[in-house]
Ligand binder design. Sequence first.
Ligand code: CP
Ligand code: NVA
Length: 308
Amino acid sequence: MVRHFLKDDDVTPAEQAAILRLAHELKKSPYSARPYAGPKTVALIFDKTSTRTRVSFSVGVSDLGGTPLIIDAQTSQMAGKESVADTARVLERQVAAIVWRTYAQAGLEEMAANSNVPVVNSLSDDYHPCQILADLMTVQEHRGDLKGLKLAYVGDAANNMANSYLIGGALAGMHVSVAAPAGYAPAAAMVSRAAEIAATTGGSVSVYVDPAEAILNADVVTTDTWISMGQEAEKAKRIADFAGYTIDESLMSQAKSDAIFLHCLPAYRGYEVSAGVIDGPQSVIWDEAENRLHAQKALLVWLNEQSN
Ligand code: CP
Ligand code: NVA
């Protein structure tokens, strides 16, 4: 049966741990796995802009012996012309996997339902699960075992990154706490799904309005842009609504003194994070950006193995 990765809990806690172990191995031995030798081709489709995802999946597929095929949806027949299902039926006969950055989660589900090769969500409006694998790998490098660590996310807690931290962090057995102003809290269904998972892994989920409360004694502090791709028209309103939610030196001091700071990037210094924090000694954002490569390679190897 083919396995897809459309959201963080498309894998079990044990499977997430196995993918992360493989990611560390591949970081040490980058060319030790060659599932795409041939070379087989992997389709990388982009409906939204990208730097890290485009580079890390391209390099990763090459490292795994394959050929990355970048498809800019706007210049393909996908942009409002051909159905997702028909696109899947064409691609599945020629590529080894389909990696897609898009808007609606429903599109990914339709692609997966019509594809007998793995489909990977490389960011949707609802989730960014590949980023969370890289983030968890980075936390392991700097803090060791994930179980029992407190991860605090401050900012737009209704966006794709927040959802993936809630679900992916809960799978890893972390204590995930988020803080957001009114109107930007995570959906109740997302919180209850994360809490249900956390109950099986020893983690927990907490939602606050006050960022200082969420960050208190955290091991990991993180945030994301206040204006996600597709929300550009709300820029002025969002900047006003998020006043007081910048992770600066004073907020960061609420966390443990050895806490690390993560940001999926791109970052907007002076908005969701101060330059002092993101460019300061607690920030591990460049390790995090590099780990996209290793974590995604592990994911592709694992999906390929599971799907054969
Ligand atoms: N973090 C992330 O996904 O970056 P890009 O948008 O540059 O791919
Ligand atoms: N929440 C951001 C993440 C960018 C990697 C967005 O969707 O634009």
